[in-house]
Design a protein around this ligand. Structure first.
Ligand SMILES: Cc1ncc(COP(=O)(O)O)c(C=O)c1O
Length: 439
């Protein structure tokens, strides 16, 4: 049988992709360096999305490549259970040193989805270990995205990710999302209105009783659902309500972690400390799959109350803390630190905000939202054809050499933190041209 391009494309079932549409007109990336991809046609494509919100240190970083190849040569793999290797301990210590005091222990996974499911399991097992095992309910939020495991889609709030997969986890409830365009449209940075939406947690507590609720999970800034920001004071209020009722608060920082907001983590940016943080993506700058859950000393110590020769938490992955991923993560943290990339993101955030909001008068723009190096451009949907307008913008931007990302009719932007002002100009000028063209 001939090995035609069509046959080659057919076998791979692509994730979160319109497979037939893609395969009829593929967009193939074959190289990447710093801020750019190279496509199969030899064109340069400016990366406005850090891959998928992950390549925070930029592409093709020699330091990370060297660390990975050295680790592969030195030791390719070590069993994750009942054995250890030095780099994963070093990485856990480095990560906890970056986080507020009290967030002191890391459980490693291979993705954000696994980090979320791990955090939910830690929450349930923690309450049980405290003798409070009736706390089994998990509370998420409408429009939340927490990956695609059964735990993550259960607490998540995106209907297309949930509706085909049966009854999901039992005992899950959802708070309302915080997107209030009628009050907050075109806000710069954190929106003013909506902190009272946190009080919906009180309503849920009244309905189910606090004694049945284990944890609340939220993205401090929701990314994949189209960039939804927390209103001023909202996260503080959630923290207070959780404290009042003995409920654990989990921040899903898979997107907000590692400098995206111009601070190490959203917990630093907002000054609100959760009991657990889930992370992935920027942990290795997208180079090698790795995720993790950072949890409080109190949670860890509760598990350590078991007799010393017992496994305290029956959970883990073959590749938890994989040596090559750990090497990639350590080199990535070195890039962030030595190049001051989190501060750089903060320094550029004003220029980024100005560039984004210069699109206010473009055709069909109904909202603009930004924080740190995140931006969203919400477009009016074409009647009867939701998602079509933004997808056309995506295709046209790609033709013009800029990679953007769309969710529904929202364009979401999250460039590598090494971005220069000229790149910011190019991103917004290209989008402006495209929005005018497709009007
Ligand atoms: C907030 C959040 N949580 C979890 C995930 C899932 O991560 P992964 O795709 O690595 O499983 C994502 C991915 O975009 C995310 O944005």
């Amino acid at each position: 049988m001939s090995n035609t391009a069509a046959n080659n494309l057919d076998a791979f079932w692509m994730p979160f992709t319109a497979n037939r549409q893609f395969k009829s007109n593929p967009r193939m990336l074959v190289g990447a360096k710093d801020m750019h991809y190279t496509n199969a046609e030899g064109g340069k494509v400016l990366d406005g999305t850090a891959g998928l919100w992950c390549v925070n240190a930029g592409h093709g970083r020699q330091r990370i490549t060297d660390a990975v190849s050295q680790q592969m040569a030195e030791m390719d793999y070590a069993p994750a259970f009942q054995m250890g290797h030095p780099k994963v301990f070093e990485l856990a210590a480095r990560l906890t040193a970056m986080l507020p005091n009290g967030l002191d222990h890391v459980f490693f996974t291979n993705s954000g989805s696994e980090a979320v499911d791990t955090a939910l399991k830690i929450a349930l097992a923690y309450h049980r270990a405290r003798g409070d095992g009736a706390r089994t309910r998990l509370i998420g939020r409408e429009r939340g995205y927490h990956g695609v495991g059964f735990g993550g889609i259960s607490v998540g709030g995106i209907v297309t990710n949930r509706k085909n997969f049966g009854t999901l986890l039992a005992g899950v409830d959802h708070m309302p999302h915080t997107h209030l365009p009628e009050k907050n449209a075109f806000s710069k940075g954190i929106p003013e209105y909506g902190a009272e939406l946190a009080d919906e947690l009180e309503r849920i507590v009244t309905l189910h009783d606090a004694s049945t609720i284990a944890a609340v999970i939220v993205e401090p800034v929701a990314g994949s659902t189209g960039v939804i920001l927390p209103p001023k004071g909202y996260l503080e209020r959630l923290r207070k309500i959780c404290d009042k009722h003995g409920i654990l608060l989990i921040f899903d920082e898979v997107i907000t972690g590692f400098g995206r907001l111009g601070a190490g983590f959203a917990t630093d940016y907002f000054g609100v400390e959760p009991d657990m943080i889930t992370m992935a993506k920027g942990l290795t700058s997208g180079t090698i799959p790795m995720g993790g859950v950072v949890c409080s000393k109190n949670i860890y110590d509760t598990f350590m109350g078991a007799p010393e020769n017992t496994i305290e938490f029956f959970h883990g992955y073959t590749y938890s803390g994989h040596p090559v991923a750990a090497a990639a993560a350590l080199a990535t943290l070195d890039c962030y630190k030595d190049e001051g990339l989190f501060e750089r993101a903060n320094d550029l955030s004003g220029y980024w905000e100005d560039g984004l909001h210069s699109l206010k008068d473009c055709p069909n723009v109904i909202d603009l939202r930004n924080l740190g190096l995140i931006g969203a451009i919400e477009l009016e949907s074409i009647p009867g054809k939701p998602t079509a307008r933004a997808f056309e913008a995506f295709l046209k931007c790609y033709e013009k050499g800029v990679l953007i990302r769309t969710t529904g009719d929202i364009i979401a932007l999250s460039p590598p933190l090494i971005i220069e002002k000229t790149h910011i100009d190019q991103i917004f000028e290209t989008i402006r041209t495209v929005l005018n063209e497709i009007a």
